[in-house]
Design a protein around this ligand. Structure first.
Ligand code: SF4
Length: 112
């Protein structure tokens, strides 16, 4: 093995290490990023929290938001523009992010 070979091997090893590190980073970040590249709305962020957003409408805080009606969910809301059968979709309240089709928040407005 000459110096050039060592350098090439080191470079390959470096790329492998960096590559794995990047994969790990993406995997960690991927927990909140959907296939289309949009982030899910985080129910713990201030705005969603203030609106009582939940990913599962059955978990809506009915004491705090008595206007909640059984069966209401994002996919039945005027502000939701996700496709039929999609698990997540855009909502006019949260630009650039997506909400759960089965989610709910207090800004719910039933489709007509
Ligand atoms: S405004 Fe409608 S679509 Fe958006 S989070 Fe609230 S209930 Fe879901």
């Amino acid at each position: 093995m000459n110096d050039k070979t060592i350098s090439l091997v080191s470079r390959r090893k470096f790329i492998q290490i960096i590559g794995c590190g990047a994969c790990g980073g993406l995997a960690a970040a991927g927990t909140n990023v959907l296939a289309g590249g949009h982030a899910k709305v985080n129910p713990e962020d201030p705005q969603p929290k203030a609106l009582g957003y939940v990913e599962d409408s059955t978990m809506a805080d009915k004491d705090k938001f008595p206007q909640f009606a059984d069966g209401s969910m994002c996919s039945k809301c005027q502000l939701y523009s996700g496709g039929d059968g999609k698990a997540y979709g855009p909502c006019g309240i949260f630009p650039g992010k997506e909400v759960s089709a089965t989610g709910w928040c207090s800004a719910f407005a039933a489709k007509g």
